[in-house]
Design a protein around this ligand. Structure first.
Ligand code: PGA
Length: 243
């Protein structure tokens, strides 16, 4: 817990606003910055706020580049539950970012190694991620980096845990339809971001949040590695704050 800044907001809406402030600041500082984006329920208030701020003339996404954390293996970009579709629907279609400046791992990749390598190279070609957004899973995953014996480094394929499959089945007709594997930026990719902002909301995340930032750094809690990153801001609501 040496470097992490902690901001405790009243509720998820306010978490979204405070996180939007970080993005607004970064885009003002560097209009062509590279932002790392995440899916899930937690970022939705942020995305609503970013759309509203661009409409109000406070942010200009026209030069911004974005790279997403992860994607389900086997889902087409147009699939209702793909993370690409989620990003289009909840943010990208509503801001001025250029489609060619947005990347999400390709769920239908045939040559997985080549796709993962190309993903890393694209981020590198862009000069790295300036501001990476993260949520956290109940098991401490970031992106789809699940608890493991070590910290995976680069973009790679992962098998999803039962916990994650069960947490995500609410979006599918049945648990059998939930993909069992995914592609994700590695912990190394995430740790290479210059700045990181993590949003955490809800009492159900309190326990894992405590382990992440106030427990030992352990690959069984993948997000705990963030304690070693020099510029992390944790923005959580009162329900999630462990103290
Ligand atoms: P959630 O997902 O925001 O829907 O809780 C977070 C995550 O699994 O990373």
């Amino acid at each position: 817990m040496f470097h992490t800044r902690v901001i405790v907001a009243k509720n998820p809406e306010q978490v979204g606003k405070f996180t939007a402030d970080k993005f607004e600041e970064e885009i003002q500082r560097k209009p062509s910055c590279v932002i790392g984006l995440a899916t899930g329920s937690t970022p939705l208030p942020l995305y609503r706020e970013l759309i509203a701020r661009e409409k109000a003339g406070l942010i200009d996404f026209s030069k911004v580049r974005s790279a997403n954390l992860d994607e389900y293996k086997g889902l087409a970009p147009t699939h209702e539950q793909s993370y690409r579709k989620f990003m289009q629907d909840n943010l990208l279609d509503h801001i001025s970012i250029k489609p060619e400046n947005t990347i999400v791992p390709l769920g239908l990749a045939e040559d997985v190694d080549a796709m993962c390598k190309a993903y890393e190279e694209k981020i590198e070609e862009w000069g790295g991620v300036d501001l990476q957004l993260l949520g956290i899973g109940h098991d401490g995953h970031i992106g789809f980096n699940e608890p493991d014996d070590n910290f995976p480094t680069m973009t790679h394929e992962v098998k999803l845990t039962e916990m994650t499959i069960n947490a995500n089945k609410r979006f599918f007709n049945s648990v059998d339809e939930v993909p069992k594997a995914a592609f994700t930026m590695g912990i190394g990719t995430i740790m290479s971001a210059k700045k990181i902002v993590m949003m955490v909301t809800g009492a159900d995340k309190k326990e894992i949040l405590k382990k992440t930032f106030w427990g030992p750094v352990d690959p069984k809690v993948p997000a705990s590695i963030l304690q070693f990153h020099p510029d992390v801001t944790l923005i959580c609501d009162e329900d999630a704050y462990p103290f």
